[in-house]
Design a protein around this ligand. Structure first.
Ligand code: FES
Length: 107
């Protein structure tokens, strides 16, 4: 289910924005003309990743420096590990929509 979480004007290049969709904290990122959505709680100790520094497609956590690729959720160089959940993004009428599926959703 796609949920509108922000307007395109709310997400600036190089900066993350924390939004909420269906009770899940999500970091929104703009890289070039594309937008990405990744669960926002750092798996290390829960700090909001969207408050980190975005360089290219990699966000570096402001708390202890772990980094993650916002296009895949993987830590760079560890693509065989466990990624942070990422969500499909759609842009319509200057709005950013994120597809969040919960376990109780119907197919
Ligand atoms: S909370 Fe993100 S690196 Fe520690």
């Amino acid at each position: 289910m796609f949920v509108r979480v922000a307007g395109v004007e709310d997400v600036r290049a190089g900066r993350g924005v924390r939004v909420y969709a269906r009770g899940i904290a999500i970091g929104l990122y703009r890289v070039g003309e594309r937008y990405y959505a990744m669960e926002d709680d750092c798996p290390h100790a829960g700090f909001p990743l969207s408050e980190g520094e975005l360089s290219g497609t990699v966000i570096t956590c402001a708390a202890h420096g772990f980094d993650y690729d916002v296009t895949s959720g993987f830590k760079p160089g560890y693509e065989d590990g466990f990624p942070i959940p990422c969500f499909p993004v759609r842009v319509e009428d200057a709005g950013i929509f994120v597809d969040v599926v919960l376990p109780d959703d119907d197919d």
